[in-house]
Design a protein around this ligand. Sequence first.
Ligand code: UD1
Ligand code: UDP
Length: 356
Amino acid sequence: MKVAIVLGTRPEIIKMSPIIRALEEKEMEFFILHTGQHYSYNMDQVFFEQLKLPQPKYNLRVGSGTHAEETGKMIMGIEKVLMEEKPNIILVEGDTNTVVAGALASVKIGIHVGHVEAGLRSFDRSMPEEINRIVTDHVSDLLFTPTEIAKRNLIREGIAEDKIFLTGNTIVDAVYQNLQLAEAINTQFTENDYFLVTVHRQENTDNPVRLKNIIEGLKLVKEYFNIPIIYPIHPRTLKRIKEHGINTEGLNLIEPLDYLSFLKLESKAKLIFTDSGGVQEEACILKIPCVTLRYNTERPETIEVGANILAGTEPKEILKKAKIMINANRDWRNPFGDGNAGIKIINIINRINITA
Ligand code: UD1
Ligand code: UDP
């Protein structure tokens, strides 16, 4: 049994890390194919070093571009590697261009596809991630869902139940495996109260009005609570802020952080503001209330348990939702699993004996 791990962005490296650990523990044959969708040191290599992951055997160095440029180049590069390596299965995680490219390249040459974090739906097809999720789920052979809701989404779309495996989300494994190490990290921020922010989604950054509104909303929050706002900024957002000439004075913008430093900042924050999928989940797991700067979420479990609220992007709404969440009762349950998703996924692949 030979497994190909196809990944390309920050969240995929983090969420694949428990699966890579499980493959190593079981001494299985595998290799990592990196598309190069993320390539800046602090969006890519830092995670391999910190999480002690083996280096990718292949890096396609596709880099940034339009959706078609990124996805097209990736499909061509992935196909070439898969035809040489002939793995029995490829695993992709999440909803990025790398994921849909991996799935399409693989399924068309008869190699099984396992989709980790299958079944998430925002029901908003204007999001590139939603298209990537739908396409990937519908061409995958094995669908590893994090929650019951995700499983129901797939069944509703006609996907055969015997392809679906409810495993939990590997982000829980990643948090549990790294939290103790994160606790030991010294940061200059965690001595006093602070709010933590991340924003990078296309619908928020490519629309100058929305991006300006989000920044205004964060400034309102800072003024009202008089608490510093720490914002490790994604390169995409920094680029747009500069392009649109948006004034971020008063907010503490810093470089994107390594995983342990970011986990530490999350775990000690008074509130988290985000449009990230992974950060909504981590806030919920770490019992830190979250204000999501979007109008929908494909992680409705976080809202159901009381860990998260949708604020949208209007400044006054952002402040209003922050006032609600600062008083949230933090005794919610973690809906994303028990921290053993990685090993469960690898056991399922072995049990099914995909080579037969
Ligand atoms: C991608 C995913 C998004 C995911 C995010 C994780 C798609 C469609 N989007 O968005 O779902 O939430 O990754 O972070 O796949 N850039 C750099 N250095 C890098 C990477 C990107 O400077 O290492 C800048 C470039 O200016 C680039 C821009 O960020 O044009 C966008 O990068 P891209 O990978 O296209 O999308 P993300 O916004 O990162
Ligand atoms: N993250 C990080 N450093 C940062 C910001 C985020 O290590 O400065 C981690 C975070 O802990 C989470 C993941 O990146 O595990 C989320 O990735 P991102 O927000 O880029 O993408 P999304 O989850 O929205 O696809």
